[in-house]
Design a binder for this molecule. Structure first.
Ligand SMILES: Cc1cc2nc3c(=O)[nH]c(=O)nc-3n(C[C@H](O)[C@H](O)[C@H](O)COP(=O)(O)OP(=O)(O)OC[C@H]3O[C@@H](n4cnc5c(N)ncnc54)[C@H](O)[C@@H]3O)c2cc1C
Length: 466
């Protein structure tokens, strides 16, 4: 029982947020995260109010010999925010954003959701490129990379971290920037939560305005031809267009014709800034090459675009994700994806393929960050989503097979933010590649030599890794 541990009294005395223990009424709600499959029981949930709270709780955990885990938005698909018997450093009270319009930067607290950031920056006609679901946490997304509708134009979220306030394993609070702890700043751009708790991100902002959003729907039998069309088109995509190819076992939406409603379906989603003539023209051109059964075009403010997909993957369902980068999407791969979607055991599951490159692959971004695999053209993600525990094994097996059955010559490595629980230690070195991993391990040895922060795609400190 934590209450009897030496030091808890002192922690209570200095702590400004709230401390929640297993016997407290608020405990069960506080240990819930987005993925309902995880039913883990932390020893203590420390809802920090600021960096000083975070420092105090880290010192307490170290003195007590307790492991820690860190929760930003609680959306990690592999449940990294929660660990049995650990002190959960919960940043959900820390969601303030301050925008400096003149310098085009925002200071965002470490527990912000994407919607906190967008709602503060978009009234100024500015945004930091982030993910596409507004209830996702900024912390995990930014530290692991962060791609979305603007990534091909401006790069990943991690490329926009210009500075960070970080609470280290020993409780000290440091500022990482180009002038101070530059190696730590480099590692935070893609190296995940391995190095400390980020209590404040300083993020570069980009101009945004009205966006153009097109979705075209096709019966699943047409998916093969559409993929072939897009596959030859994708390498010529201008950086202003992002295209997503999504397969669903059963798709319902008001705008669909009766012939498609409730059946397996392909959608092609294309997003470009409304004033980007070249991007808008290209999206229309792709649609012209792949005529659809139905399509919609909407012009909408960037902030509204950012919440369009919020209901597709609601908190509380059970989820299991497998993902990989692809060097190509050959015909036998598309056939496998189609076979997978029509045999999905749950109607809520989906498979998506996206084309990256553009600003993501820019050489200067690569040099300034720890984010690996920037040259991967495509990413494929099988997301199993279902309701009941008795269906866990069938749905997890489905997602595994959807990715494992892809022709291996076109598959390589995984986006760290989509790693499944079994990949968090075994696949990390391979995913970063030898040079990046060696450098990350050296930074880890400097900032977290005892590997306190290990509930993440874990980089071991250099001396352990060698
Ligand atoms: C519905 C949904 C949509 C998504 N869409 C996208 C998308 O469009 N693009 C994309 O790139 N990814 C997307 N993702 C994946 C997402 O990037 C990861 O799941 C990410 O880990 C979520 O961050 P979080 O803070 O919510 O996670 P949490 O579960 O809270 O945290 C995960 C881990 O990140 C680290 N961490 C989080 N915050 C901090 C912090 N402040 N300081 C130090 N470490 C921290 C910790 O190690 C923590 O265990 C999506 C996920 C979901 C569930």
């Amino acid at each position: 029982m934590v209450s009897s541990r030496p030091g808890i009294g002192h922690l209570r005395w200095v702590f400004r947020g709230s401390l929640i223990e297993p016997a407290d009424g608020a405990y069960d709600a506080a240990r819930r995260i987005w993925n309902g499959i995880f039913d883990r029981r932390p020893a203590l949930i420390a809802r920090c109010a600021d960096a000083d709270d975070t420092s105090a709780v880290l010192k307490f955990a170290t003195k007590s010999g307790l492991p820690v885990s860190v929760r930003g938005g609680g959306h990690n698909v592999a449940g990294q925010a929660l660990a049995d018997g650990a002190v959960l450093i919960d940043l959900s009270l820390m969601r303030h954003v301050e925008v400096d319009r003149a310098r085009r930067v925002a200071d965002a607290d470490g527990g912000c959701l994407l919607r906190d950031l967008d709602s503060a920056t978009t009234p100024h006609g500015l945004a930091c490129p982030v993910g596409v679901v507004s209830h996702t946490g900024l912390g995990g997304l930014a530290l692991g990379g962060g791609y979305g509708w603007l990534a091909r134009t401006w790069g990943l979220t991690c490329d926009h971290i210009v500075a960070a306030q970080v609470v280290l394993a020993d409780g000290s609070i440091v500022e990482a920037s180009d002038d101070s702890h530059p190696d730590l700043l480099w590692a935070l751009r893609g190296g995940g939560g391995n190095f400390g708790v980020v209590t404040r991100f300083t993020l570069r902002l980009r101009p945004v305005g009205t966006m153009q959003y097109r979705v075209a729907a096709y019966p699943v039998d047409a998916a093969h031809d559409v993929m072939e069309t897009w596959r030859s088109f994708a390498p010529h995509q201008v950086d202003g267009v992002h295209v997503m190819f999504s397969l669903r076992p059963r798709y319902e939406d008001d705008w669909l014709p009766a012939s498609l409603r409730g059946s397996s379906c392909l959608t092609l989603t294309m997003v470009a800034a409304d004033d980007d003539d070249e991007g808008v023209e290209q999206a229309a051109e792709l649609l012209g090459k792949a005529p659809s059964a139905a399509s919609i075009v909407r012009r909408l403010p960037y902030e509204e675009l950012q919440s369009l997909d919020d209901d597709a993957e609601p908190p509380g369902r059970r989820y299991f994700t497998k993902s990989c980068y692809l060097t190509d999407v050959p015909a036998d791969m598309t056939r496998h994806l189609i076979e997978s979607i029509v045999t999905a055991p749950s109607p809520f599951s989906s498979i998506a393929v996206e084309y990256w490159r553009g600003a993501i692959a820019a050489p200067n971004a690569s040099a300034a960050s720890a984010f690996p695999n920037r040259d991967a053209p495509f990413m494929c993600t099988a997301s199993a989503a279902w309701l009941h525990p008795q269906d866990d094994s069938g749905n997890c097996a489905w997602a595994r097979q959807a990715i494992a059955g892809l022709p291996s010559q076109s598959v390589r490595r995984t986006y760290t933010n989509y790693m499944s629980p079994d990949q968090l230690t075994s696949h990390v070195a391979q995913t970063y590649g030898a040079a990046l991993h060696r450098r990350l391990a050296r930074v880890k040895a400097e900032y977290d030599p005892g590997n306190l922060f290990h509930s993440n795609p874990n980089v071991l400190p250099a001396r352990e890794a060698e």
